[in-house]
Design a protein around this ligand. Structure first.
Ligand code: E4P
Length: 215
């Protein structure tokens, strides 16, 4: 499973990239707004730091607006991917962009039917929102697993980005459910490599070493 960072924060990316754990980046309008910086500048900076796909989301809700934004964003960097919401307009724009060879990430997917529509429209990536489904009492990871089955049955080339990831269990279960990618908030990532028994183990080894009187 590939790891994308779900962030608009360049410092977070710089830290994690050193570990070889960043296969791509996803952003959304909320994440960009949190940074309080120019959208284009942030995306270009990120796209220059990672070689993998960097998703930048359109904010228009109509097809001409989406396409206009998408055509502009697509010129910002060669590895930029256009993120569009799963609406009728989003599907039409996705289909049009696919025909032009522009990569897309269809976001805000909450059902298998929506995911299948987006894949058939030609989406490069689809983003089911696991955490937000959990929030309303629906098992979000089941959607990831169902989508993987559907893509495999029909040999559709679209890749699943497990999104709205909130916990270590989400990451582990996304891998088990067959997500091609998990997009992980920069703040959550360190907890993936941390374990209290690892820290205790290091402590004990060092204490035993000191007892020997060796330097
Ligand atoms: C995905 O691409 C979105 O940016 C993100 O995962 C949404 O996560 P949230 O539900 O925690 O806001």
């Amino acid at each position: 499973m590939k790891f994308f960072l779900d962030t608009g924060n360049v410092e977070e990316i710089k830290r994690i990239i050193k570990l070889g754990l960043v296969d791509g980046v996803t952003t959304n309008p909320s994440l960009i707004a949190k940074e309080g910086r120019d959208f284009k500048q942030v995306i270009q900076e990120i796209a220059g730091m990672v070689s993998g796909p960097v998703s930048a989301e359109v904010i228009s809700l109509d097809v001409p607006g989406m396409l206009k934004e998408a055509h502009d964003i697509a010129t910002w960097a060669p590895n930029v991917v256009i993120k569009l919401p799963l609406t009728e307009a989003g599907l039409e724009a996705t289909h049009q962009l696919a025909q032009e060879g522009i990569k897309t990430n269809v976001t805000l997917i909450f059902s298998a039917a929506q995911g299948l529509m987006a894949a058939k429209a030609g989406a490069t990536f689809i983003s089911p929102f696991v955490g937000r489904l959990d929030d309303i009492g629906v098992e979000g990871m089941e959607l990831v697993s169902n989508l993987r089955q559907i893509l495999d049955i029909y040999g559709l080339p679209t890749e699943i980005i497990a999104a709205s990831i909130r916990s270590i269990a989400h990451v582990e279960n996304a891998a088990l459910a067959g997500a091609h990618i998990a997009t992980i908030p920069g703040s959550l990532l360190p907890s993936l490599w941390k374990h209290p028994l690892t820290d205790n183990g290091i402590d004990r080894f060092l204490k035993d070493w000191e007892k020997m009187g060796q330097k």
